[in-house]
Design a protein around this ligand. Structure first.
Ligand SMILES: [Zn+2]
Length: 113
């Protein structure tokens, strides 16, 4: 069984009722939920599907927005860049970035190299 990266308990169960939001539209997707802390994890495949549906509906405009949960690694807080954005920006994963805080709850990530 997979451990929950948030509370590190073996309580992740498969669920099919995770509600995700893109641009004010709600999607119900498959994924895993931690029975201990309630954290939800959307499967990568489901995330992609959601993006495709959003595109078909014409609600996937610029700027690209995707809900992602931060996670913890031994070295700090980690955010995964959605594959879609990665492809769109042709990111290799070794770029240097500038991170600035904008207002109370926004982060701006600029690719430098
Ligand atoms: Zn948990």
């Amino acid at each position: 069984m997979v451990k929950c990266p948030i509370c590190e308990k073996d309580k992740l169960i498969e669920v099919n009722d995770i509600v995700s939001e893109i641009e004010g539209h709600f999607f119900v997707v498959n994924g895993k939920r931690c029975q201990s802390c309630g954290e939800e994890f959307v499967a990568e495949k489901e995330g992609q599907k959601m993006v495709e549906i959003a595109r078909n509906l014409g609600i996937w405009g610029e700027p690209l927005k995707l809900h992602r949960k931060l996670s913890q690694s031994a070295r700090g807080t980690v955010i995964r860049i959605p594959t879609d954005i990665e492809k769109n920006m042709k990111l290799k994963g070794n770029e240097e970035v500038l991170i600035s805080k904008i207002g109370k709850n926004k982060l701006l990530i600029e690719i430098v190299s």
